[in-house]
Write a protein that binds this ligand. Structure first.
Ligand SMILES: [Zn+2]
Length: 67
Protein backbone atom coordinates (compact mmCIF):
# COMPACT_ATOMS: atom_id res chain seq x y z
CA UNK A 1 0.00 0.00 0.00
CA UNK A 2 1.53 3.29 -1.10
CA UNK A 3 1.09 6.12 1.29
CA UNK A 4 2.22 9.66 0.80
CA UNK A 5 1.85 12.89 2.69
CA UNK A 6 -1.00 14.86 1.16
CA UNK A 7 0.95 18.09 1.72
CA UNK A 8 4.52 17.45 0.55
CA UNK A 9 4.20 13.97 -1.05
CA UNK A 10 6.87 12.64 1.26
CA UNK A 11 6.57 8.83 1.37
CA UNK A 12 4.75 7.65 4.47
CA UNK A 13 5.34 3.91 4.30
CA UNK A 14 4.96 3.45 8.03
CA UNK A 15 1.55 5.09 7.94
CA UNK A 16 2.34 7.84 10.44
CA UNK A 17 -0.59 10.06 11.29
CA UNK A 18 1.73 13.07 10.97
CA UNK A 19 4.21 13.43 8.14
CA UNK A 20 7.79 12.82 9.24
CA UNK A 21 8.98 15.44 6.76
CA UNK A 22 6.71 18.48 7.03
CA UNK A 23 5.01 17.61 10.33
CA UNK A 24 1.51 18.09 8.96
CA UNK A 25 -1.27 15.54 9.02
CA UNK A 26 -0.10 13.00 6.44
CA UNK A 27 -3.50 11.74 5.38
CA UNK A 28 -7.15 12.63 5.62
CA UNK A 29 -8.19 11.81 9.16
CA UNK A 30 -9.17 8.13 9.09
CA UNK A 31 -9.32 8.24 12.88
CA UNK A 32 -12.22 10.65 12.91
CA UNK A 33 -14.14 8.45 10.48
CA UNK A 34 -13.39 5.38 12.56
CA UNK A 35 -14.47 7.12 15.73
CA UNK A 36 -17.83 7.97 14.18
CA UNK A 37 -18.21 4.40 12.96
CA UNK A 38 -17.43 3.09 16.42
CA UNK A 39 -19.87 5.43 18.11
CA UNK A 40 -22.41 4.54 15.45
CA UNK A 41 -22.11 0.86 16.39
CA UNK A 42 -23.00 1.64 19.97
CA UNK A 43 -25.61 4.21 19.11
CA UNK A 44 -28.49 4.39 21.46
CA UNK A 45 -31.23 6.99 21.56
CA UNK A 46 -30.50 7.83 25.18
CA UNK A 47 -26.83 8.60 24.56
CA UNK A 48 -25.83 12.18 23.95
CA UNK A 49 -22.97 12.40 21.52
CA UNK A 50 -20.92 14.89 23.41
CA UNK A 51 -17.18 14.25 23.51
CA UNK A 52 -17.61 12.84 27.00
CA UNK A 53 -20.40 10.63 25.68
CA UNK A 54 -18.17 9.23 22.97
CA UNK A 55 -15.46 8.51 25.54
CA UNK A 56 -17.98 6.72 27.71
CA UNK A 57 -19.28 4.76 24.72
CA UNK A 58 -15.81 3.52 23.84
CA UNK A 59 -15.10 2.62 27.45
CA UNK A 60 -18.37 0.75 27.62
CA UNK A 61 -17.69 -1.03 24.32
CA UNK A 62 -14.23 -2.12 25.46
CA UNK A 63 -15.76 -3.50 28.63
CA UNK A 64 -18.27 -5.42 26.54
CA UNK A 65 -15.56 -6.72 24.20
CA UNK A 66 -13.19 -7.83 26.95
CA UNK A 67 -15.83 -9.07 29.35
ZN1 LIG B 1 4.58 16.14 4.48
Amino acid sequence: MKKKCIHCKHPNKEGWFYCRDCGKQASKSPFTTNLYMISDMGKRTDVELTEQGIDDNIKEMKERIYA
